[in-house]
Design a protein around this ligand. Structure first.
Ligand code: ADP
Ligand code: MG
Length: 700
């Protein structure tokens, strides 16, 4: 159904092609609907005035009333700016303009009273306001300030091109007046009644232009609930479709593969591992297709769960694949599996981007004729040329590294859809996990194998590098091995490699052969070199491994007990925790040293402090969620939600999320296909939702 809301934003009065392009580029607004659903991120009461004296670092947007005492053009060329000194009688503050200088120069006069509105930034010893809105304090303008004004997010570019908050607000007002009468209600009456929600039109009007705080609260409540409700409803519907179709491969036999592996284990499984294996087994004999997320902190032993699950497939004449996000990790899984499967007669193989053509062909053939039972590998597994005879189970390790598309490709590899097990060490709350990853069941390994000693984490600044070297010597003398990791962030890849190379040189200077052997691993190496150096370290021949964060996920070398992270401030919390998880796997006490520069941003300091305080992945994940919101959850952004969230926050609105889920469950229980009269709006909206048809049940 085409509606006025689908109109190109350039057709809105006051926009036009040039502004349309900017709005699209800077805020992703290309249609009327996009604009209408761009809500203010906060509101200020413009009847109140701040005083200059009281400005401090916590001041967000403020409004001042006073006079300009001087206007000066300062600086040259690109640094050229207009600086006006402003006072309200309690103190002075500078108003600074880098763009639109001529216009402002004509507008700003010494003498008359102005209303100034902007966000203070710290400048030298005090504060200034960059590109504030400045209006004469006329009666008319003062009258306008009588109610809540929405503040929309903006960018430097938009402000510089004259689309400040005032202009944006004006555009919203034009839009709202034009479209509001044609907007149809998107929730059925009975839901609005039951949940005490205001109508959509009222909500949209008041989210942009609240008449008062109460109206704003009503609008927010309605819009949040609606978003989360439709999100849940679409996920639940996918799930009910999956649960109804009985197309799951049945893997009920346990025989030589599983039993031999189980008997080969050098240690008992933890209770948590046993429980999860039982959950998986219940799924694979149910006749329904499994779609399960396995969460377990780093080192909790997820790999073994994967291998034992793979054996369930093999024992029933099916194949299994275990996909890892990096070459190093795929290699490790493969090399590590032999000691467990010895004597089982199960045939395993490894396929990565570096597998030689001849071998690759043989592997393709082996997968097609079924002679290979378990295949380990990287993205190479999802290439179109890879086909299985009978794929029964696909395991995806460290799933946050894979995008939705990549994962969904696995699906089409065999005639019947395989069971899917995704494993992650990034713990997130259950409802959130289901929301982020779509329709799946969640298992948790909440227990580490016995005997693990907590890792001691310390933070050192550059000036204490000498101490760090001394500590390394001591540890190496005790027979331990040391990881040194450098950040690798795409945007500054060249610089990062330079840092790594310099770091490697420094280390080999400091720790000379033949007393010390240092291996190096990074993404720019040839596969053979990488494998050689990795092996040097894994076999215990090298004392030190210098690498980029390629070793972040999964690498398992129990004798390595020291993890040094260079420029630690550049890593996110979950990444730091992953890296730290590379040590603390053996019997020895382990250490993690976070090296940073002396100056740190507030946020970096918080991250580093948290790391030093706790080893608990769940605690860190929660802190991460608080600090950054789930939108930034490592890699989850790419997995994409079924619905774009404009106002609801998955981390802050968890109670609403759960309420919405409950309502969704209830509705679908009574009306699974949403074809009753009272739910026709729901069916219509679900259909309208752009992304809805992406089949999330198949994507994990
Ligand atoms: P992760 O969950 O991070 O992938 P791994 O599967 O790599 O963890 O396991 C970490 C280490 O713990 C491996 O060396 C593995 O052999 C060992 N391990 C796994 N399960 C157990 C257990 N039940 N008891 C003792 N060690 C175990
Ligand atoms: Mg792992």
């Amino acid at each position: 159904m085409v509606s006025m809301l689908d109109s190109d934003i350039k057709f809105l009065q006051g926009v036009g092609p040039r502004r349309a392009e900017l709005l699209q580029k800077e805020l992703g607004i290309s249609t009327f609907r996009d604009m209408l659903y761009t809500f203010p991120f906060r509101y200020i009461d413009r009847s109140k005035f701040h005083s200059v004296r009281d400005i401090d670092s916590t001041s967000a947007y403020i409004q001042l009333k006073g006079q300009i005492t001087s206007v000066n053009l300062v600086g040259e060329l690109r640094g050229k700016r207009l600086v006006a000194t402003f006072t309200d009688g309690t103190g002075y503050i500078e108003l600074v303009f880098f763009q639109g200088i001529k216009w402002m120069q004509e507008k700003l006069r010494v003498g008359p009273e102005y209303i100034v509105f902007g966000k203070p930034s710290i400048f030298k010893q005090g504060y200034n306001l960059v590109h504030p809105e400045v209006d004469l304090a006329t009666n008319e303008n003062l009258g306008m300030t009588g109610y809540l004004t929405g503040i929309y997010s903006s960018t430097e570019k938009l402000r510089g091109s004259g689309i400040g908050n005032k202009v944006f607000t004006k555009l919203q007002s034009t839009l709202l007046n034009q479209v509001i009468d044609s907007i149809s209600e998107t929730l059925p009456e009975y839901i609005m009644e039951q949940k005490r929600l205001c109508p959509l039109r009222y909500a949209l009007r008041n989210i942009h232009f609240p008449t008062d705080l109460q109206a704003l609260a009503k609008a927010q409540k309605r819009l949040k609930f609606e978003e989360l409700f439709y999100l849940q409803l679409s996920l639940l519907k996918q799930k009910s479709i999956r649960m109804k179709s009985s197309n799951g491969v049945i893997l009920n036999k346990l025989s030589k593969g599983f039993n031999t592996t189980y008997n080969n284990l050098p240690f008992p499984l933890t209770e948590a591992q046993k429980r999860v294996i039982k959950e998986i087994r219940a799924d694979v004999i149910s006749g329904k297709q499994m779609n399960r997320l396995l969460q377990g902190d780093v080192g909790s032993g997820k790999t073994l769960v994967a291998i034992l699950s793979a054996m369930m497939a093999v024992d029933n004449g099916y194949q299994a694949c275990i996909m890892a996000p990096t070459e190093v990790l795929a290699n490790q899984h493969y090399n590590g599996v032999f000691k467990f499967i010895e004597g089982s007669g199960v045939k395993v193989a490894l396929l990565t981007g570096n597998t030689k053509t001849k071998e690759r062909k043989a592997i393709h053939a082996g997968l097609e004729d079924g002679s290979i039972n378990i295949i380990f590998g990287t993205h190479a597994l999802i290439e179109d040329t890879v086909q299985f005879k009978k794929l029964g189970l696909a395991v995806i390790d460290e799933q946050h590294r894979f995008g939705v598309d990549q994962r969904s490709k696995l699906w089409s590899k065999s005639k019947i859809a395989p069971h899917i097990l995704v494993m992650t060490a990034t713990p997130i709350p259950r409802t959130l996990a289901m929301t982020l990853y779509g329709d799946l069941d969640v298992s948790v390994i909440d227990e580490l194998p016995p005997g693990r000693k907590p890792i001691q984490t310390v933070h050192l600044t550059e000036t204490r590098r000498g101490e760090m070297y001394a500590f390394m010597r001591k540890q190496i003398k005790l027979g331990r091995q040391v990881f040194i990791v450098y950040p690798l962030i795409k945007e500054s890849e060249k610089m990062d490699y330079k840092n790594l190379e310099e770091g490697y040189l420094n280390i080999t200077e400091e720790f000379r052969q033949p007393d010390y052997i240092t291996a190096v691993v990074h993404g720019k190496q040839k596969a053979e070199d990488k494998a050689f150096d990795m092996n040097l370290f894994a076999s215990g021949k090298a004392n030190i491994l210098v690498s980029t964060s390629v070793i972040e996920v999964g690498v398992d070398i129990p004798n390595a007990s020291v993890m040094i992270i260079e420029s630690a401030e550049r890593f996110g919390l979950s990444q730091l925790h992953q890296l730290r998880g590379r040590v603390g796997r053996g019997a020895e006490k382990s250490y993690c040293i976070l090296m940073t520069g002396y100056k740190l941003s507030e946020e970096s300091r918080q991250r580093i402090d948290l790391m030093c305080q706790t080893n608990d992945g769940f605690e860190l994940a929660e802190a991460d969620l608080r600090m950054r919101g789930p939108g930034d959850f490592e890699g989850t952004r790419q997995s994409g939600l079924a619905i774009e969230l404009h106002i609801a926050s998955l981390s802050k609105d968890t109670p609403v999320l759960e309420e919405a889920r409950e309502l969704g469950i209830k509705i679908l229980k009574d009306d699974p296909y949403l074809n009753t009269e009272m739910n026709y709006i729901l069916a219509r909206e679900l259909k309208n939702m752009k992304e809805e048809l992406k089949d999330y049940s198949k994507i994990s």
